[in-house]
Write a protein that binds this ligand. Sequence first.
Ligand SMILES: [Zn+2]
Length: 485
Amino acid sequence: MDNYFAKEIDWLLGRSEPPATCLEIWKWWEQRRLFYNVLVLCCISLSFCAYNFVRLGLYNEEFWYEPLTFMFLFTVGTLIWNLAYTAGMLVDLIFFRLIKKWFGQKLYQSGLAFSLSVLFLPTILLFGFKFCPKAHAEDFNRVFNLMAKSKYSAALNVLQKDHLNLNGEGEYLEGYCLMRLHQMSEAKPHFLKSIQLGYAPYSQWTPTREFLDRIDRFEQIRPVRQPNACIEIYAANSNWTNPILKELPRFAERAKYIFGNVPKITFYILAKRKDFSTLYRDMFQNSAEERWWNNGTGVSNVVVFSERDKDGKWSLFPGTARAYGDVLHEYGHALCDTIYGDNYLDHVPEWLNEGMADAIARPYYGELFIDADNLLRRYAQKNKPPEYEVLCHGLYRSPDVGYAFGRLMVEQLLAGDVRRIAAIVSNSRVAQDFEAGIKSATGKSGKDAYNAVVKKYWPSAQRWQMKSSVQSPCFFFNPKFLENY
Ligand SMILES: [Zn+2]
């Protein structure tokens, strides 16, 4: 039996009696063409799966275009390989006629090896990429960005308690933790001390000088501090900021009404767009221009706002309800993020994040809620509803519809009591899971809220459900499908 298989394999790999005539050579090649094709197609499938698994592990991203690549390889690719196979046979025949020597076996075997290595090349390169130093640095950066706020706070405590901060490296680390907590001015004396103590950080760490430059820029553009109770605010006196400064006590009242105890949030309102971009980059280490509509943001501990949009116009029209609402919206984000703590933005479904911020800003957003209603009515006439998953992780792809959905879904969950936001955030924090937090705080699930909105605007929803249940034609290669197993 073993012997039989060994013989078969030898035959398939071209280890057989050499053919004696041109006709026999032609037959020799054609007998193996089917095997060659089967092997290539198996390897395409295998390489495709391996490639996507590695990619999923590396970037955790969708790859909708990959099945198309796969189809392409299966059709056009197969044609090309068969042409190459035929070329191999022709070369063999030509040499046989010219010098009466048979190279078929070598040609066939090296062709086989070459085809297979080409097919596995993308996967091998991707594996290599994962372990090459540059990719390593990128991964490291990603981990850095994910590193939890609570760890920096805990690290600060340890440094101070054990007096580790008295040495140069400790001073540097203390400064570093404060930078990550967006407390840039507080970080400065620690970096200065660390230089004074003669400490130079490891080459792969950010140089102390670079941090100090970032802090210097920040301090130069930071406006004057305006005294206030639970909101600390840095803003220049201007026609744009003064109305907002007057409104701040109401923001604070709203925050206390919803959350009870509120953490201190620091506002930076910048008059010049250039300063906003600089501060944004120095504080968050990414660009404010990544999202074109970004004129302000609210994250852990801070709200940053620009008076001007990227074209130099007013980012919000000063003294209007909409302007107050937008600042309060960002303050809402900052409160949720700070209260939830670690990895808020990674955990929170996007519709909930935006919907809660809108609900917090609701006293100024009456018009916006009417707009949402109109927009969805119009949208529903020509489109099917966005899928729930898209609202969770792809809302910013079509922000208008996404925000409108989030606003109305959160309205469903709150059922008239905005203080439920505090319960949603704190329950989710305990469970480290927003779906569980929503359920325990409101008795409803996110999906319930979604279905209620869909039912309202798409009353004859069956038509759409039929359409949206059409799966990717190649279901096995749908990553969502794989995730369930
Ligand atoms: Zn927002």
